[in-house]
Design a protein around this ligand. Sequence first.
Ligand code: PAF
Length: 280
Amino acid sequence: MQMLHTVAELRAAVRLAGAVALVPTMGNLHAGHLQLIQTARQRGLPVVSSLFVNPLQFGPGEDFERYPRTLQADATQLAEAGCNILFVPSVTEMYPEAQTCRVVPPLADELCGASRPGHFAGVATVVLKLFNMVQPRIALFGKKDYQQLFILRLMTRQLNLPIEILGIDTVRAEDGLALSSRNGYLSATERAEAPRLYQVLQTLAAALRAGETDLAALENAAAAELTRHGWQVDYVQIRAQSTLLAPAPTEAACVVLAAARLGNTRLIDNLEVTRPMQTV
Ligand code: PAF
């Protein structure tokens, strides 16, 4: 695996590699990231991964400074997983001047965007820059960041980028907790409590599957259950998979999304669910 630090080196390497798959990351890798690399490998393309803690997607008071930086361990895991090129730019290499051409994607103020203003503009900007630098044939993202995946698909479609976006299923710990670099912030007590987020989503999904139609009541009950156990809830929402907006009564394919804080750690999770068709 080549480890490269400049855009010029990256461009030269991908020119030689031909069509490639791209897996953007912020590092501190876990099995979910490695699943993205493995899926990219299965597509038979050389794999480029990037490791960049992107300051543009962190708001004031968020965890940019303390975000875990574990380059050596990440590089070892990526090489073992079959990554061919690892791009590790500095902040000045990625943003040599004040970044003016920031994309403001649709849905940027919804769900996670409501409590993290500017976050999705920062994500879209860095991913668009990586797309331009690498010009991959496919790019892979985890479904745990469901709204991010949705927004990046929209951006790719709206800007006519010739890139196939693949969403890969969330990898979970045995107790159901979605793997996340931020799980490392949890104390032992918080880690024991953390699987409740997924359990609450499963309960809500089961009620939807059983034909419950009062979505607000379901969302409120789920949020109340988390609050009762010490969580500070940002949102629990039932949305349509096709639009990420409130589902019409006739829309069967839904996704339940939640974000909540345990102590100082903000966790997100989601669950796709198909409910019975309603007649209106
Ligand atoms: O999901 C992430 O790790 C980041 O948001 C991404 C896509 C690498 C952009 O910085």
